[in-house]
Design a protein around this ligand. Structure first.
Ligand code: HEC
Ligand code: HEC
Length: 250
């Protein structure tokens, strides 16, 4: 099994399997986002993490596993009245599920989740992802380590990294080319930078910290490393499910 809910359900069923094969449309997500702000944000907070032990944005629940559980909790309330019952329209309910299941996807794009096990095969095989990315201690460090990517990115952002990498580009994690005063040329990936220094992983996977005053040139690439993927929609959905299962817990 790839996914362990952060909550109590270490058993056989899990929320990722529940999401598997679902498509949550941008329209549902948008409706859900509005319903969330009106009805839920007061207690659960804008980022879903205000109630102790629960984080709605990353699928951390106490008892909820399935979409039906979610619907039950929302319509019946829970915690002896600490969360009241809500009488919502079917559209709002469906929207809330989509919004929660897609990790509060802010862009409101449609997100599709496939099968995590197939995603793993693609990651290590045909997709060639593991030639650059490290997961749970295996693979190179030249590209971002994806071991806990499912915790720090929404499903929508993961999907975007594959379909439209240019729009998913982060200012950090950029490939850099540096020439030092003693004429060493260093290529690598920027991890951090402040006024005086830059930290990077070089092409030999060494962690380097360089004083900017020692550099003759310092170029940060603004072009994404990924081309938009040529994998099929089904394959992308499988990969997103696999990435989402990476929550730093394995
Ligand atoms: C008045 C405050 C309040 C509001 C409003 C509220 N909740 Fe909650 N919610 C709570 C509390 C408190 C808990 C924890 C209950 C317990 O003790 O188990 C909770 C628990 C949950 C859980 C986890 C249940 C579990 O056992 O896994 C979900 C899911 C949830 N809320 C969704 C929602 C949604 C969606 C909305 C908006 C329709 C909402 N809540 C509105 C207070 C609230
Ligand atoms: C040639 C090396 C390479 C290959 C192959 C590769 N990636 Fe990447 N990937 C990168 C680099 C480098 C970045 C950092 C952003 C950039 O430079 O574009 C990145 C970024 C990402 C991100 C965003 C990470 C974040 O922090 O948001 C995801 C997700 C991702 N890749 C997934 C994949 C998947 C899935 C595959 C296989 C289909 C794949 N990558 C194949 C090099 C690679």
């Amino acid at each position: 099994m790839f996914y362990i809910s952060l909550g109590l359900c270490l058993g056989s069923s899990n929320s990722l399997a529940q999401m598997s094969g679902h498509t949550y449309t941008s329209q549902d997500i948008e409706i859900g986002s509005r319903a969330y702000v009106m009805q839920c944000a007061l207690c659960h907070g804008p980022d879903g993490g205000w109630v102790d032990g629960i984080n709605l944005a990353i699928g951390q629940f106490r008892t909820v596993v399935t979409d039906d559980d979610l619907i039950r909790v929302i319509s019946e309330g829970i915690g002896g009245g600490r969360m009241p019952a809500f009488d919502l329209s079917p559209a709002d309910l469906q929207g809330l599920i989509a919004f929660i299941r897609t990790g509060f996807e802010p862009e409101g794009v449609s997100v599709r989740l496939g099968d995590a096990a197939s995603g793993q095969k693609l990651f290590e095989g045909k997709g060639e992802c593991s030639e650059c990315h490290r997961v749970n201690g295996h693979g190179p460090r030249t590209a971002p380590d994806l071991s806990d990517i499912g915790l720090i990115r929404t499903p929508g952002a993961l999907q975007r990294s594959l379909l439209d990498p240019a729009s998913a580009l982060l200012p950090i994690n950029r490939p850099v080319t540096i020439v030092t005063r003693n004429k060493e040329t260093i290529t690598g990936r920027r991890l951090n930078e402040d006024t005086y220094t830059v930290q990077l992983i070089d092409s030999k996977e060494r962690l380097r910290s360089l004083a900017k005053s020692d550099l003759i040139s310092y170029e940060v690439s603004e072009t994404p490393t990924h081309e938009p993927t040529t994998l099929s929609g089904d394959e992308v959905a499988d990969l997103v499910a696999y990435l989402l299962a990476q929550r730093g817990l394995l």
